[in-house]
Ligand binder design. Sequence first.
Ligand code: CTP
Length: 402
Amino acid sequence: MLENRRILLIVSGGIAAVKVPDLIRRLRERGASVRCILTKGGAQFVTPLTLAALSGDKVYQDLFSLTEEAEMGHIRLSREADIVLVAPATADIMAKMVAGQADDLATTALLATDKPVMIAPSMNVMMWTHPATQANLQTLKTREVKVVGPSAGDLACGEVGNGRMAEVPDIIAALSRFFQKSDGQGPLTGFRALVTSGPTHEPIDPVRYIANRSSGKQGHAVAAALAELGASVTLISGPTHEPDPGGVKVTHVETARQMMKACAEALPAEIVVCAAAVADWSVNAKEQKLKKGVKTPALNLTESPDILATLSQPGPSRPGLVVGFAAETENLIENAQLKRAKKNCDWVVANDVSPGSDTFGGDSNTVHLVTAESVESWPRLRKRAVAERLAERIAAYAERHF
Ligand code: CTP
């Protein structure tokens, strides 16, 4: 997807600039050409010589350089690219982009370009969460600027939180997705995917139900990420506050049984991802509201159908790749491996849902991808980034096996 793509890479002044040499190397390995603009701040972290050596091109730094202007005017520089990537994008350069400032070569090129722009923000967590930066981010998004990352984790400043520049593979994946989309297709074009998401509600009587803490954020993000890669996605969603992802067919259900039925109706599909936190038991629900009385009512529970296990059953219509999630509070990987074998699914995304893990309802997730061959531990990532990585892995699998 990156073959022959021309990337104008603007490196602004953040510690994550040290990841840029690796980014350039990986982009060029994939056949892209990279031309760099290095800001004064960026040059504090990475040298022009390194960037020039790795990109195989001159590095542009100075707006008022006669030689640079004579060789390549800054307007031409900003136009002779298929995309402008700002990595790392500091709070300062984001603010300047919003304000339309043009006081150096980088900001001038950004103002003068008629090409799509992608930013990979990188900064301290307080700077990232500051209302000014968040407002700037929203403005940039409304101007169609693509955003990759940041992720959560240890920051170079010693603090912990959101603000780490997206990892190199994630930036590459975002660029690939962008070009695929602009070509009107993706690696999963032509494939059908079925995704379950959210909790289920099991009624006790007309006003009460049993629920769980699932927010649906992860499952919805998986559906969106698969659609972004071109799959035709059906999302079967339990009750959540998440908006329906764009470009995805959504069926809303309430109970485990309804989810099972909707999944059966949505088949056939080549790819299934069961991210829903399906209630393990349903209640023999009363038709009338239970009234307080002398005797406290006992709940008569019946086991729900196991959707993942049902969809994984061997047979001619079994989807080619079935992925489950494992929500565990102890022995995470061991339990996930057991679950994979027991339910006969191909992969399990294991996540820790212990109190304090902030998995249920939170925006980030630390997961392990458990397959028959290996266990891959991913760093703590935004749920959207987890979904994008998973979709990438699914696309790679589909390319090899389907
Ligand atoms: N799952 C399902 N149908 C169910 C229960 C679970 O499809 N009735 C799926 C979930 O969507 C998830 C996987 O099975 O992909 C594992 O769910 P999890 O809640 O971790 O495990 P359980 O099977 O419920 O087992 P336990 O609660 O004993 O850990």
